[in-house]
Design a binder for this molecule. Structure first.
Ligand code: SF4
Ligand code: SF4
Length: 160
């Protein structure tokens, strides 16, 4: 009989403890998110999908120096083909490919770029059905001048 009473009392205490924990968390703001209906607030330096910027006149900001290729820890992830303009003698970037499926988003390429031509965007929903569709060519990577300027402004604010 005494044993049954003790068990009942300890059961009541445990229920009270459980209820106290529920009440403690009930009034706290939720830390989970109803994704994908609600999107997370990303930190300012979030490193998402890479993109190539253009100048205000629509020309490539990239000068084809290939520093990003050298600094990327994943071999052959960035591939760049260049040629030399016979008239201006300037390097022309013919092809620029990034295999985003293999990218580890370390940001090395964006840090090393002397022209800030390659940047991280806040795009993170990159899932796809094939690895091939995650290989982005120059056209897919290049942003128009307006978007490019927006990203430049954002990057400048981060530095300040
Ligand atoms: S973020 Fe890192 S892994 Fe991805 S392309 Fe740039 S250097 Fe390579
Ligand atoms: S993106 Fe930057 S680092 Fe890479 S080739 Fe172009 S200018 Fe050079």
């Amino acid at each position: 009989m005494k044993n049954a009473v003790n068990k009942t009392i300890s059961g009541i205490i445990e229920i009270a403890r459980g209820m106290a924990t529920i009440m403690k968390h009930f009034f706290r703001p939720s830390i989970t998110l109803e994704y994908p209906e609600k999107k997370p607030d990303l930190p300012p330096r979030f490193r998402g999908r890479l993109a190539l910027l253009t100048n205000s006149d629509g020309t490539d900001a990239c000068i084809g120096c290939k520093s990003c290729v050298k600094v990327c820890p994943c071999v052959d992830l960035i591939q760049i083909e260049t040629s030399k303009d016979p008239e201006t003698k300037k390097i022309v970037v013919e092809q620029f490919t990034i295999d985003i499926g293999r990218c580890i988003f370390c940001g090395n390429c964006t840090e090393i770029c002397p022209k800030n031509a390659i940047v991280s965007t806040d795009e993170f929903e990159l899932a796809d059905y094939s690895r091939e569709s995650l290989v982005f060519d120059k056209k897919a990577l290049t942003l128009d001048p307006e978007k490019s300027q927006r990203l430049r402004d954002k990057k400048e604010k981060e530095v300040k």
